[in-house]
Design a binder for this molecule. Structure first.
Ligand SMILES: [Cu+2]
Length: 113
C-alpha cells in the first residue's frame, strides 16, 4: 500500500509534462486493438481502444501487482500477476473501466463501434 503515497508526485509530474507540451499523442487517442496490457506501473496500455461489437477484449497483467478490470455497471474482475481476463462487448457504445484497486491511476475506455 506504500505506493499510494507516490500518487500526488505522479500527478504533479503528469501535469508538468502536459504543460511542457508533451501531449503530442493525446491521452485518449483510440487504438484499434482487442489487447490491453497492465504495464508497470499502474497503467493500462493503451488506455483507449476501439473495437467492433461482438469482439472480445483481453487484459493481461504484466505489472508486479494485482489489478482489476471493472467495466462500468459490470462485475469487478481480479487479475493477478501474469493472469488475464477477457470480456465480450456485444453492443456499440463507450465503456469506461477502472482498476478498482488503483482507480485514480488506472482508468481506460473501450469504444465499441
Ligand atoms: Cu490496479
Amino acid at each position: 500500500m506504500t505506493h499510494r503515497f507516490l500518487l500526488p508526485g505522479l500527478a504533479v509530474l503528469a501535469a508538468a509534462l502536459v504543460a511542457a507540451g508533451c501531449a503530442a499523442t493525446g491521452p485518449s487517442e483510440p487504438v484499434a486493438t482487442t489487447k490491453v496490457t497492465m504495464v508497470k506501473s499502474y497503467r493500462f496500455d493503451p488506455e483507449t481502444i476501439e473495437i467492433r461489437a461482438g469482439q472480445t477484449v483481453t487484459w493481461t497483467n504484466e505489472d508486479n501487482f494485482t489489478h482489476t478490470v471493472q467495466v462500468e455497471g459490470q462485475a469487478d474482475h481480479k487479475v493477478g500477476r501474469g493472469e488475464s481476463v477477457s470480456i465480450v462487448f456485444g453492443k456499440p457504445g463507450t465503456y469506461d473501466y477502472v482498476c478498482t484497486l488503483h482507480s485514480h491511476d488506472m482508468q481506460g475506455e473501450v469504444i465499441v463501434r
